[in-house]
Design a protein around this ligand. Structure first.
Ligand code: TRP
Ligand code: SF4
Length: 400
């Protein structure tokens, strides 16, 4: 009944680099052949931390869509849109905020982490606390069940699952459901009924999976329940009733970690990136001046590829023949580091050439990009409105 729908978003943080390409975009490009895909620019999410510089977000949004298209995200296959152009996300965020316990938000690990890390900003804001709830609205409004994200975002997807469950529990009931469930609880008998109630509360308020398991065990052992009551009480544990919002899952791919120029993960904050639209001269210079095995001071000193960031790039870009040549030549001081770097330079330039060609074409045709975004926003809006109709009805907000 429900087919797979993939949704993911990216904050517009400036021009994309090879880390985004290998870590995220290649995955999106693969997924768009297999699933219905929606990809969006999370510009409101960017505002939660960059509320003091909104104009930079506007420019970065356009540039990012160009980078996506240039990398090969295909607007004929995927729906590309901008979060702030589908204002229904904001309505769902507001409605979900009514039933979101503050403790759930405060407990999301990224909340305190980021607040401590980004000390130059005041992040004790309402918007920042609500970041994971806005993200939940992004996902739930499309009833997306697969969300490709990195490891760091998994707690946010778990959070969205719990919000969906709580929503369905609160607003998805058939008439009389609560009473019937309560009556069935009584049939468990005094002690067990009390324990079931406590475990259920623990699971629903704290997401305690162990409590859920224990409560299920009580039901499995209970002798005197009818089939209907048993089913009802299983459902009652997790929410039960009608499913209005779909519980999403994180779609983790084998992390293709893209090493940066210094061997750490490629990231703007480490200043070790190669941008997708970086010109050939700059790419060449950056790789030529990359650090190598620090023990290899002179050309005649042998080196150890395992201590060299250039080797990590060979692992990404080179075939077995080149890799064999590198290892052999390095440990025997048979090749120089500049020589060793050349195949990497060639491979990066070859990878970037078609991307940059497409980026140039899109940059020269701003109307094409505008139309792609407008089309995507319209499609997204239609889907979002469908969900909001059900949400409004469930919450008694259908006033015509
Ligand atoms: N928080 C995500 C990030 O920082 C971006 C994002 C916002 C997102 N909304 C989303 C990702 C919805 C997936 C689904 O990477
Ligand atoms: Fe690194 Fe290659 Fe130099 Fe060895 S030869 S240290 S692998 S750059």
């Amino acid at each position: 009944m429900y087919s797979d729908r993939v949704l993911s978003g990216m904050r517009p943080t400036g021009s994309l680099h090879l880390g985004h390409y290998h870590g995220v975009l290649k995955n999106w490009i693969r997924l768009q052949h297999e699933y219905e895909c929606l990809f969006f620019v999370a510009d409101w999410h960017a505002l939660t931390t960059h509320y003091d510089n909104p104009l930079a977000i506007e420019d970065a949004t356009r540039q990012m869509v160009i980078d996506w298209l240039a990398a090969g995200v295909d607007p004929a296959k995927s729906t590309l849109f901008i979060q702030s152009s589908v204002i229904e996300h904001a309505e769902l965020h507001l409605l979900l905020s009514m039933m979101t316990p503050l403790g759930w938000l405060e407990r999301v690990p990224t909340y305190k982490d980021q607040q401590e890390k980004l000390t130059e900003k005041d992040l004790s804001t309402y918007g920042f606390l609500g970041y994971p709830l806005l993200q939940s609205a992004d996902i739930l409004i499309y009833r997306a069940n697969q969300v490709p994200v990195g490891e760091d975002q998994v707690p946010h997807i778990e959070f969205a699952r719990e919000i969906a469950r709580r929503f369905n529990h609160l607003y998805g009931k058939e008439p009389g459901y609560e009473e019937k469930a309560q009556a069935a609880v009584k049939k468990l008998g005094g002690k067990k009924a009390k324990l079931y109630g406590e475990l259920r509360t623990r699971f629903q308020q704290e997401g305690d999976e162990e409590a859920l398991e224990s409560a299920r065990a009580i039901l499995a052992e209970a002798q005197n329940l009818s089939l209907g009551d048993r089913e009802r009480l299983y459902g009652y544990l997790e929410g039960g009733g009608k499913m209005i919002l779909t519980e999403p899952r994180a779609l983790l791919t084998a992390a293709s970690r893209m090493p940066g120029l210094d061997g750490q993960k490629m990231s703007k904050s480490y200043n070790n990136t190669i941008a997708l639209r970086e010109d050939a001269e700059s790419v060449t210079r950056k790789i030529r001046t990359m650090p190598t095995d620090p023990a290899r001071v002179r050309r005649t000193d042998p080196g150890d590829p395992d201590k060299c960031p250039v080797w990590q790039l060979h692992e990404v870009y080179s075939g077995d023949d080149v890799k064999g040549w590198v290892r052999q030549g390095c440990v025997s001081a048979g090749i120089g580091c500049i020589e060793c770097k050349q195949p990497v330079i060639d491979a990066v330039l070859a990878e970037l050439a078609p991307i940059q060609e497409r980026a140039r074409a899109y940059t020269e045709e701003p109307d094409t990009v505008r139309n792609i975004i407008a089309d995507g926003c319209e499609k997204a809006r239609d889907l979002a409105r469908e969900t909001m109709r059900d949400v409004r009805e469930a919450m008694g907000l259908n006033h015509g």
